[in-house]
Design a protein around this ligand. Structure first.
Ligand code: PMP
Length: 282
């Protein structure tokens, strides 16, 4: 089945889908994106994703490219046209196409791209044995709460992690506190079985999976605290994991050279992963 992608009002064969070279996303990374998980044809936590989508646009003073209802129709069409019962839908909005000038252009239409992506399931061994993360300096700008397409720091960080044989890079702010992963949120579990993740601020993206896990953790009677934690505390923790729309809950068993807990996937990480998957129907 041919892959179909939505670009500015048209459903096109994926390999012919493109934007102009003067698109401000291409020239300035002047845009935002969203990634949603599709399970059994249904988008997981769609309302929360659309809230964040609108928030990011508002913060950059980019108008919504279409109403929320119309956007939902486009997403539904893309899921149907690509026959995507499970996978990911990627949406990107930029300020539009205009002559290269830093200040906002007047009278431009935002560009909208909606893409269906198939995802291979993560190898069972990763879920069962856990993954390694490395720590690296957080060199990003100070508005990481905006889901901006300006992703150079995460690109460099993820590459560094890959070269170190790690699954993810945990970024560390100038005070030694972990902010988040290059494309995920970071969690640890203390010896007292408290789940810890950094509180939402401008230094992290408010992950939708993170938000869902806060609810799930509470429903399951876990104590979850949103507070700062250092690299040293993370290395001395009894469990660690990351969350994102594509990994759900991915257990972490090594941070740099430090083994987390007993080096095995922790019970709380396991239980949260199971509960999240049940919730999402994945
Ligand atoms: N933090 C960053 C920097 C991310 O890029 C992502 C993934 N988009 C997340 C956190 C996780 O967000 P979500 O759970 O909404 O996928």
């Amino acid at each position: 089945m041919a892959r179909i992608t939505y670009v500015n009002g048209a459903y096109l064969p994926h390999d012919r889908a493109g934007v102009h070279i003067e698109d401000r996303g291409f020239q300035f990374a002047d845009g935002i994106y969203e990634v949603v998980q599709v399970a059994n044809g249904i988008i997981v936590d769609l309302d929360w994703h659309l809230d964040r989508f609108e928030y990011s646009l508002n913060e950059l003073k980019i108008p919504m490219p279409m109403t929320r209802a119309a956007l939902m129709v486009v997403m539904k069409n893309i899921i149907a046209k690509n026959y995507l019962p499970y996978g990911v839908v990627y949406m990107q909005v930029t300020r539009g196409v205009a002559k290269r000038d830093f200040a906002f252009p007047r009278d431009v239409q935002p560009s909208l791209v909606v893409v269906a992506m198939r995802m291979k399931p993560w190898p069972d061994a990763m879920i069962e044995n856990g993954v390694k993360v490395i720590t690296l300096p957080d060199i990003r700008w100070k508005r990481c709460d905006i889901k901006s397409v300006s992703l150079l720091a995460p690109v460099l960080g993820k590459q560094q992690a890959k070269e170190a044989g790690a699954f993810e890079g945990w970024m560390v702010d100038e005070n030694g506190f972990i902010t988040e992963g290059t494309s995920s949120n970071a969690f640890i579990v203390t010896k007292d079985k408290e789940i810890i993740t950094r509180a939402k601020d401008h230094r992290i993206l408010g992950g939708i999976t993170r938000a869902r896990l806060l609810v799930i953790a509470q429903e399951h009677g876990y104590i979850l605290k949103e507070r700062l934690f250092t690299v040293a505390e993370a290395k001395a923790s009894s469990e660690a994991f990351i969350s994102s729309s594509s990994t759900f809950v991915m257990p972490v068993v090594q941070i740099d050279d430090a083994v987390v807990g007993d080096g095995k996937v922790g019970a709380i990480s396991k239980a949260l992963r199971k509960a999240y998957r049940e919730f999402a129907g994945i």
